[in-house]
Design a protein around this ligand. Structure first.
Ligand SMILES: Cc1cc2nc3c(=O)[nH]c(=O)nc-3n(C[C@H](O)[C@H](O)[C@H](O)COP(=O)(O)OP(=O)(O)OC[C@H]3O[C@@H](n4cnc5c(N)ncnc54)[C@H](O)[C@@H]3O)c2cc1C
Length: 415
């Protein structure tokens, strides 16, 4: 029922994040309908600005099979949308919009400028069209009459009537960017199943909290990490780790978190380039250099300053022991510690601190080619609101772009 404050559209897209802007722009590029893009923030793409530590790892330069393999949940469901718009399409898309890109370690793709704002600005440019009406507002519910989708309602009472509604409201992570989980409520209102939502790609809490608190703020670069469950290695990676007041964070930990369970051991090799024998030789040469010093004053060439008191404590060697009295067994223990600095996973930080939300709108209730609901025709779900998430490396934004594109094309050809 329209009232004085209502408007009519062919397509309403809820959320101007990565997936929503891709979808609205695609409908306008390939179709003729009247589109409304609704965003509750005063800026578009707020989360995009903080991606990749402000550099935006926009996709991963890889083939479709690798995209699917790096999607932790429901990669096969995404096969159609990945195939229709893969990472090479994402790269061409942004380069055509005037953003030169570069590929770094692990095939991660970034803007040459290292500025995430270049990516969000390009998307904003893509949604600049007379066919798109820009509406500032917060959607509260869907309008469903006699089992038919009619549009959506905003918290201020405005009603937007549309034949098609796209939910692109994101997950639960980093709610200050706008993603507070309303999409799940809309899905449930339409009769969809929403699977349990958990943190994925998230900092870890560890049993050895005091040790980490002592090291808080210290970042270890070029270390390797192995996650052990019992004696079995379940994950290993190389890169950067950061100590926090409750445990560990940083790129290697965020990636590892998708694989960890409570009780797993995180084994940090602080000197992965040196095997045990070579590291022992290196320690011996440092000991020779500092032969007349105390043990506690001999580790400055080997370790960051903040790490030294912690390693001394854990090694069991007295700080004031003279270097020439350190036994070979004690030296072996020191080398073991440098190569096996071990922490025990106690838990994950809450979903609000996660890079992505795992779980969401059940994929068996969506058409994989169009992302349209199989329960309420005319309703679409794209991006993080779907029960699909991936590892770090640009894969999550690729999910947003591929699903946004797939729904956008389907809508453009159906209105
Ligand atoms: C710190 C951080 C770093 C990341 N770095 C990367 C990276 O480098 N590479 C990568 O691939 N992925 C990265 N991600 C993940 C990636 O950002 C998300 O997976 C992606 O943004 C999801 O896109 P989306 O469109 O589904 O949701 P979002 O980008 O969250 O957009 C949702 C939009 O909907 C709006 N909205 C929500 N509710 C309403 C409502 N009721 N009414 C109107 N509007 C509403 C929100 O304000 C928001 O603008 C990162 C995430 C975080 C938190």
């Amino acid at each position: 029922m329209a009232n004085l404050n209502s408007s009519f559209y062919d397509v309403v897209v809820i959320g101007a994040g990565a997936s929503g802007m891709m979808c609205a722009g695609t409908v306008s590029e390939f179709g003729f309908g009247k589109i409304a893009l609704i965003e509750k923030n005063n800026i578009y793409g707020k989360k995009l600005l903080i991606t990749g530590k402000g550099r935006c790892n926009v996709t991963n330069n890889c083939d479709v099979r690798t995209l699917v393999e790096n999607t932790v949940r429901n990669g096969r469901f995404l096969y159609s949308s990945f195939s229709a718009f893969d990472s090479s399409d994402t790269m061409s898309f942004f380069e055509d919009l005037g953003v030169p890109l570069k590929t770094e370690r692990g095939d991660r793709v970034f803007p040459v400028s290292d500025r995430s704002s270049d990516i969000s600005d390009a998307l904003k440019k893509y949604v600049t069209s007379e066919k798109i009406g820009h509406i500032r507002g917060e959607v509260d519910s869907l309008i469903i009459e006699n089992g038919e989708l009619k549009g959506c309602k905003l918290v201020d009472g405005r009603a937007l009537f549309a034949k098609k509604v796209v939910v692109a409201t994101g997950g639960l992570s980093y709610p200050l960017t706008g993603s507070t989980g309303i999409g799940y409520k809309l899905a449930e209102q339409a009769g969809h199943t929403v699977t349990e939502r958990k943190a994925s790609i998230v900092p870890l809490e560890v049993e050895e909290q005091n040790t980490c608190a002592e090291l808080m703020g210290l970042s270890l670069k070029n270390i390797s990490v192995t996650v052990l469950r019992g004696n079995k290695s379940v994950y290993s990676d190389f890169g950067e780790l950061m100590f926090t007041g409750y445990g560990v964070s940083g790129p290697v930990i965020l990636s590892a978190s998708a694989h960890t369970e409570n009780g797993d051991k995180i084994v940090i090799d602080m000197k992965p380039a040196l095997d045990v024998k070579t590291l022992d030789k290196r320690v011996l040469s440092d000991f020779a250099k500092y032969i007349n010093k105390d043990f506690g004053n001999s580790l400055g060439d080997l370790l960051p300053k903040k790490m030294i008191p912690v390693v001394i404590k854990l090694s069991g060697i007295e700080h004031d022991r003279k270097i020439n009295s350190v036994t070979s067994a004690q030296r072996a223990e020191l080398v073991r510690l440098l190569k096996n600095f071990t922490l025990t996973v106690k838990g994950k930080r809450p979903v609000e601190e996660a890079v992505v939300t795992s779980g969401g709108v059940a994929v068996n209730e969506l058409d994989p080619k169009t992302l349209e609901s199989k329960i309420l025709p005319g309703l679409y779900f794209i991006g993080e609101v779907i029960d699909a998430d991936a590892y770090t490396g640009g894969f999550n934004l690729q999910i947003a772009f591929s699903t946004g594109r797939a729904a956008g094309k389907a809508l453009a050809y159906s209105i």
